[in-house]
Design a protein around this ligand. Structure first.
Ligand code: GAR
Length: 208
């Protein structure tokens, strides 16, 4: 059974999707053993508590720099004996030591079709604002492994939906979450725990 540690910063709807999938028995060979929040008071912490999942806060605020923060996260991941780390709306960029310590074991959900609308500054609603400003007709969500490049690691699963006339960043975010993120992330986590994702030459392949 793989230990899944979920890193969050905010509302935690993707965490909720993982918890719901776990309760339905859809995360095969893995269980969420810990939730770590970068922010005190994040609603994601409440979701973890409600489901009896151990939760801890490692606050970015008040931590001197990215290196020190990354070290604190690394220490916690080792304590928790993490096999898979899920960045689930985690809004802090960690330094490359974390990615190097857990190669192809850190999964991120990004609310766009990587390699578009990604990288530093593209997070949360900003992504959907940029999508609407660009006029693209399709957008989506991507689950990928994290490496030392922000949003740059091997892509595991993607899904696409149309951008509609009259969309606002909020309506687009909601559809991307409901129709894509909340399905793709639990699926990718379950595939990982079953050993069904292989990475070769920087490319992830899924064997279902
Ligand atoms: C989600 O849309 C997730 O894809 C995005 O933030 C939201 C978090 O929502 N992540 C990023 O933008 C990372 N670059 P949640 O806290 O309700 O899961």
């Amino acid at each position: 059974m793989k230990n899944i540690v979920v890193l969050v910063s905010g509302g935690g709807t993707n965490l909720q999707a993982l918890i719901d999938a776990q309760q339905r028995g859809e995360i095969e060979n893995g269980r969420i053993t810990c939730v770590i929040s970068s922010k005190e008071g994040a609603y994601a912490l409440e979701r973890a508590r409600r489901h009896g999942i151990p939760a801890r806060v490692i606050a970015r605020k008040g931590c001197p720099d990215r290196g020190e923060y990354s070290q604190r996260i690394l220490d916690a991941l080792r304590e928790e004996k993490a096999d898979l780390i899920v960045l689930s709306g985690f809004m802090v960029i960690l330094d490359e030591r974390v990615a190097k310590a857990y190669p192809n074991q850190i999964m991120n959900i990004h609310p766009a079709l990587i390699p578009a609308f990604c990288g530093p500054g593209f997070y949360g609603l900003h992504v959907h604002e940029a999508v609407l400003q660009s006029g693209v007709k399709l957008t989506g969500a991507t689950v990928h492994f994290a490496n030392e490049v922000c949003d740059g690691g091997p892509i595991i699963l993607q899904g696409a939906i149309p951008v509609e006339n009259g969309d606002t960043p909020e309506t687009l975010q909601r559809r991307v979450m409901e129709q894509l993120e909340w399905k793709l992330l639990p699926k990718a986590v379950s595939l990982f725990c079953q050993g069904k994702i292989k990475v070769e030459d920087g490319v992830a392949r899924v064997y279902e």
